[in-house]
Design a protein around this ligand. Structure first.
Ligand SMILES: [Ca+2]
Ligand SMILES: [Ca+2]
Length: 178
């Protein structure tokens, strides 16, 4: 399912993905430090690999699945980190890059945290399937669906406003502020 989804995206945007990689490479030349450099483009395969790495970190008890609580913890930690840093990290071929996100007090208010947890619980219920446990494949698929939803021009690469929309969705900033 994940592989099929990546294939679908890749078919739609092979040429564009190549253009995206060269964009990232030219950004490298301008930046001395790789980490923290703003991302200029993100392709689906890199996004899927990063999602798999996030999944491993989020599986706190290392049982190979995320339960609702682990998923909610991930949502809160991601949101708080993005506010603390003023960016969300993404992984491109060259390493970790950043996408700007609203900067602010990293500690969420009680109400913000409650809203975020309700949203995360709803999302978990929707993507975890009948067993209500989230496997790595399901997690990566959900990430790729977020990728597709942000890819406004459907060329298989996120750039500019698409990249911001994707990163903000991951940080759930819109949920917190509304
Ligand atoms: Ca687990
Ligand atoms: Ca695009």
């Amino acid at each position: 399912m994940v592989v099929a989804l990546i294939g679908k995206i890749a078919l739609a945007g092979v040429a564009a993905a190549t253009a995206g990689i060269s964009l990232v490479a030219s950004a490298d030349v301008k930046r001395a430090s790789a980490y923290g450099a703003p991302a200029s483009a993100l392709e689906a395969g890199a996004s899927a690999r990063y999602a798999a790495a996030i999944f491993e970190r989020a599986d706190l008890n290392n049982d190979g699945d995320l339960d609702a609580e682990e998923f909610e913890v991930l949502a809160v930690v991601t949101a708080e980190l993005s506010r603390l840093n003023g960016f969300v990290t993404v992984n491109v071929e060259g390493g970790v890059r950043t996408v700007a996100a609203p900067h602010g007090d990293p500690s969420l208010s009680k109400a913000e945290k409650a809203r975020l947890k309700i949203r995360a619980a709803d999302e978990f219920a929707a993507i975890a399937g009948d067993d209500q446990r989230l496997g790595a494949d399901e997690f990566v698929t959900a990430e790729l669906e977020r990728f597709l939803a942000s890819d406004a021009d459907r060329n298989g690469v996120l750039t500019g406003a698409e990249l911001s929309s994707f990163a903000l969705a991951r940080a759930r900033s819109t949920t917190i502020s509304s």
